[in-house]
Design a protein around this ligand. Sequence first.
Ligand code: PEP
Length: 270
Amino acid sequence: MRRPLVMGNWKLNGNKAVIEDLIKGIDIELNGVEGVDIAIAPPVMFLDLAKQLLSQVQSKIILGAQNVDVNLNGSFTGDISPRMLKEFGTTYVIIGHSERREYHAESDELVAKKFASVKESGMVPILCIGESNAQNEAGETLEVCTRQLDAVIKIQGVDALNGTVIAYEPIWAIGTGKAATSKNAQYIHSAIRAHIAVQSEEVAKNVIIQYGGSVKPENAAAYFTQPDIDGALVGGAALNAKSFAVIAKKAATAKDLIYSRTQFIGKNII
Ligand code: PEP
């Protein structure tokens, strides 16, 4: 059975004091909450600090990174390798976030190679996919999402998605306050799952598909009560411990009920 994952992407925000406050705050707010995996992705400079703080309070919060280089080592000035992230206690690595695709010209092929490199290094990739506003208006959402997904399947095979996470993040919804409706998001999630199911029903059934894009305490429950939405990748609202905790708690409550009712293999288009 799938388990929801709520992850905070802190992007290029914070300093030592802010990171410490956030981690302590989130840990207190979420102490004892079961039924959801909770992860944070601080800026890479603060991974070690985050690791130390989490271990001091024996927190269950899982550590993630926002990006990684494709290479394991070598002459790649300024880059950070998957092995280094692993050594610093990282479990999840966000791959192909739209901000990386846009500001750093990351192609589908490069993202697919990073996906492979993260897996080989013993971590879990979170593969971000999603369409721009123009693509959405042109009715190209599914075409874009499946192309981005197929880049990974092409070099790795569908089984590579086993134990990994996909984050459907419509670019027009990221940081804009203009979130996708829960029904539209469910439609895309279900279609993504159905696309994977063509090659493997087992993989489709088990892969976690998060929604990301202006998720807030007020709209979170509407996503989590959809059968194919397995949690959220949260940007802005993750920078506030109370807001982030409310979102994670809503995932724990809603998903417990939804998963126990049905089994899904991309047939939940509503
Ligand atoms: C993100 O950047 O992954 C994101 C979902 O941001 P926000 O929640 O702020 O829209």
